[in-house]
Design a protein around this ligand. Structure first.
Ligand code: SF4
Ligand code: SF4
Length: 426
């Protein structure tokens, strides 16, 4: 739906072209229709009836990684995110959504059991596709995308594992010793809801284990509501506003019912969607939910004055776009890593890794090209491990490193903290 705020945002663009200097897609392609300024010109042409809703227009919209880099530099303060999302929703209203994603969004995403079944079935079919590159795996439902490194689906998802035990209490001793910062709640046990997100739930369950172990170690009770659903990012990416709303409604309700003090997540992209998009989708109704919401690194650094013994491992850090540009979080993960390891900054750590949901699926070669600089910067840092705050970035970085036969391992910041914390208690 074309709104007044959409028109206002379009009119704000001065066509200065600054976004071209930072857009990772434009830098690689040089295509004006693949950068914020060009897409805003397309929006104007659409408004004035000079172009129509077509598949070509969809191609140009979906070539945006939604990395938010352009908004960070735009001198006119254009809300580009609002513009592109409105265009995607409007396009879907006019020419619909491709059949397979439409079925997945409408039927499977809102129903956890069916979605589990879909992934299981897809992974069986995927295993029939022959390997192309050494080390590649074939378990996610990315049929025929042989050649890329794809980690296996976990044997048991996080939500299945905790289905009958949604509340994970800390040891009483940890509650007594909880290093809550001043202004915390003294010796009252903190109760925190964990929004897991799809990639952590189905693939990187080791990240969830680390989140739970660290929080329990800090004396926090962790609650994992089993009825939580996908945050809605994939549906929004293709303009399925109805499904995105349905998912947002369920998630907000589920965490309201869980009656928790705070809600944390460990995925930069989910976190950005929950924090910024839920109030846009649901209005004030979402505010009770978003007021309690923290990225895990933000939460730990805000509330705890913990001590830990640094690991003897050289670790560098990659800033996920949706944490760095999307949530203004960059100091907290570094503070954690500096305390937990031998920290080594890489060159331009905030530069995009090239990953990013739908973009990565549709423009795989381009995403690998964008990520080349990142892979080189990681290797140049001389680190043994690269940490990040997003499972999506981890997926992309593991693929980039596997393509180079690199020995560097990729992990999540919280896993480094867990290893350091638990080793210092031994
Ligand atoms: S930087 Fe902002 S004002 Fe300049 S062209 Fe890009 S979107 Fe328009
Ligand atoms: S969000 Fe990222 S990919 Fe999209 S136009 Fe802006 S800088 Fe380019």
């Amino acid at each position: 739906m074309i709104t007044k705020s959409f028109k206002t945002e379009i009119n704000k663009c001065a066509k200065c072209g600054k976004c071209r200097s930072v857009c990772p897609v434009f830098i690689e392609t040089g295509n004006e229709s693949m950068v914020a300024r060009g897409r805003i010109s397309l929006a104007e042409a659409l408004r004035d009836g000079e172009i129509f809703h077509t598949e070509l227009l969809r191609d140009y919209l979906l070539s945006c990684k939604k990395c938010l880099r352009c908004s960070s530099i735009c001198p006119s303060g254009v809300d580009y995110d609002l513009i592109i999302q409105t265009m995607l929703d409007d396009l879907a209203n006019h020419i619909g959504i491709w059949l397979i994603p439409r079925i997945i969004f409408k039927i499977f995403l809102p129903r956890r059991r069916l979605f589990n079944l879909l992934l299981k079935t897809a992974s069986v079919f995927q295993s029939l596709v022959p390997l192309k590159r050494h080390g590649t795996m074939r378990h996610l439902p990315l049929m025929f995308m042989d050649g890329r490194w794809i980690p296996p689906l976990a044997k048991k998802s996080v939500l299945k594992k905790y289905k009958n035990k949604e509340v994970i209490p800390p040891l009483e001793n940890n509650v007594k010793k909880s290093p809550l910062k001043k202004g915390g709640r003294g010796d009252v046990k903190m109760r925190v809801g964990f929004y897991v997100g799809c990639l952590i739930n189905y693939v990187y369950t080791d990240i969830a284990d680390a989140v739970i172990e660290v929080l329990n170690h800090l004396g926090v009770e962790v609650v994992i509501p089993s009825r939580q659903l996908c945050c809605g990012t994939p549906a929004r990416s293709l303009g399925d506003a109805k499904t995105a709303r349905k998912l947002a409604e369920v998630n907000v309700k589920v965490f309201e019912d869980a009656d928790v003090d705070f809600i944390i997540n460990a995925c930069a992209t989910c976190g950005r969607t929950l924090k910024r998009d839920y109030p846009r989708i649901l209005g004030d109704r979402a505010l009770k939910f978003t007021d309690k919401l923290y990225d895990i690194s933000e939460f730990i650094e805000k509330f705890f004055a913990y001590e830990t013994k640094a690991l003897n491992t050289k670790i560098t850090y990659h800033d996920p776009c949706h944490l760095y540009w999307g949530q203004n979080i960059s100091k907290q993960p570094r503070d954690i890593l500096k305390r937990s390891s031998t920290f080594q900054e890489m060159e331009t750590p905030e530069r995009c890794c090239g990953g990013g949901g739908v973009f990565n699926l549709l423009h795989y070669d381009l995403s690998m090209k964008i990520g080349e600089y990142k892979a080189k910067a990681i290797e140049k840092s001389g680190s043994e491990v690269v940490a990040t705050g997003c499972p999506g970035c981890r997926l992309q970085i593991e693929d980039l490193l596997a393509a180079r036969n690199s020995q560097v391992k990729c992990t999540h910041t919280i896993q480094v903290l867990r290893d350091a914390m638990l080793s210092s208690t031994k």
